[in-house]
Design a protein around this ligand. Sequence first.
Ligand code: UD1
Length: 345
Amino acid sequence: MKKDRILVTGGTGYIGSHTVVELQKAGYPVVIIDNLSNSNRDVLDGIERISGTRPDFVEADCTDIDALRKLFADYPGIKGIINFAASKAVGESVQKPLLYYRNNLNTLMNLLDLMGPNGVKGIVFSSSCTVYGEPDENPVTEKSPIKKATSPYGNTKQISEEIITDVINSGAPFKSVILRYFNPVGAHPSAEIGELPNGVPQNLVPYLTQAAMGIRNELSVFGNDYNTPDGSCIRDYINVVDLAKAHVLAVERMLDDASEEKIEIFNLGTGLGTSVLELIGAFERSTGVKVPHKIVGRREGDIEKVWADPTIANTVLGWKAESSLDETMRSAWAWQCKLRERGIM
Ligand code: UD1
């Protein structure tokens, strides 16, 4: 049976591109909208090399509601939306709060505005474990308290969850699945797509692979005096392909009306906490490549430890993180090597 068309906003980005591939594998025709502010057109070639199908692509900004209206007119029959289009750098959001509020919130509100009139059944929203702040207890469940956001970026995730809830509670004719990601890392095993940070990476794994490649002198480990077994911060690192697969299940759930609930929230993590030093160890062990690194002071605003209780995603969504950390580290390295081979980095 022919499947319904899915709109993926931010579909040439890191998590978006991996999700497009999984949607295509599951038989969904995909249309991507992306303003290419943090990605580029070549990603479409990577997607096509993996899946054999080039997704439809519209270069436009989701804050431009007329562009979105045109997209719905040009690509009829969109039944689901996955909304990745957002700015995501914590530090930058402190410097440019309005950019973050405008971009992330207007995009969401435009989409919610157009869903009803265009007969879209559901929207998957990319939220983050950042909503839990520094948790009182780990692992965190979906019922763990939401803490006051410490950055405009984090605040856009909290406000977005509230906007979706208010709109659906007002009787809007669609559903939503809110996915709270922990720390997505790694790349597609084909090394055809992966994370392509602009400038100096802010996140751990792209910095680590660049340091291993010699692009950066050494990785700074931000603090070894935390209240954790080895003193470095703990996160839940989730393989990006595993994460992408959860989106397909979320879309299916909404399109099939599998749940009575109009809004569902799922933590997407492995359930395992890994420290920064353990991650470096896993990378070195699994690839045989050394990561030059040094311990430096804490990074302002960092959370000491957070990892997921993914039970609800496991049992209700039917999703489970499958890749090992070693496998994931190897995929991150293969991607970095591919970038070097292509002369990109
Ligand atoms: C944070 C947010 C997450 C957000 C992401 C976007 C939390 C818990 N998470 O992730 O919601 O989506 O930013 O960027 O607030 N580290 C180093 N050296 C580096 C870089 C990082 O030691 O050069 C350490 C950090 O101190 C941290 C870990 O690596 O302990 C992960 O950092 P990072 O990849 O930036 O992600 P988060 O800060 O966890």
